[in-house]
Design a protein around this ligand. Structure first.
Ligand SMILES: [Ca+2]
Ligand SMILES: [Ca+2]
Length: 175
């Protein structure tokens, strides 16, 4: 019974806090190894391992509206929301993401494969909490192929933790 409960909790966390799909292949957020951008478009060429570090902010209120600055140039919001101030300030929660990625972009702005880490600190109406997501692609040795933890098709959660509760996906927790 406890195992089942933990998995439901983990799924609830995923539903509440989105994970960021690796992007931001251009600009100072990413380091392309020397010679890894032969066509000089600012994006790592195919089979080049690019490392990125950047921040993102996800804010939401109790009415279900949200503002999400992915930190890579993309901003997603609910209809009618154009900044955090547009959200209900009395029920506002703000989550700060620190994102680390390492992987192959295949010479376009989206990661084809690799490893994505989201360190998330939330504060506000829903209280203070810290999460860590680590997401790997299907060519990573840690990839399990369990549909329960699948995301974005060919990726899955390898680590999914909330402060104080530990990893939701160690051996033995999965049914
Ligand atoms: Ca390139
Ligand atoms: Ca790509």
């Amino acid at each position: 019974m406890k195992r089942v409960l933990l998995i439901f909790v983990a799924m609830a966390v995923i539903a509440i806090l989105p994970a960021t799909l690796g992007s931001a292949a251009t600009g100072s957020a990413c380091k392309i190894p020397k010679g890894g951008d032969a066509d000089n478009n600012g994006i790592g060429d195919a089979d080049v391992q690019v490392i990125c570090n950047y921040d993102s902010v996800y804010a939401y209120d109790d009415a279900g509206d949200y503002y999400w600055d992915l930190g890579d140039g993309r901003v997603y919001t609910s209809p009618g929301i154009s900044n955090i101030e547009d959200l209900d300030q009395t029920t506002l929660s703000v989550c700060d993401y620190r994102i680390h990625t390492k992987g192959d972009f295949g010479n376009d702005p989206y990661m084809n494969s690799g490893d994505i880490s989201n360190m998330i600190r939330c504060h506000g109406y829903d209280g203070v909490a810290t999460y860590h997501y680590q997401i790997v692609s299907n060519d990573d040795p840690r990839f399990r192929g369990d549909p329960a933890y699948a995301i974005w098709g060919t990726w899955e959660y390898h680590v999914l933790t909330e402060s104080g509760t530990g990893n939701y996906i160690p051996k033995g927790i999965l049914p």
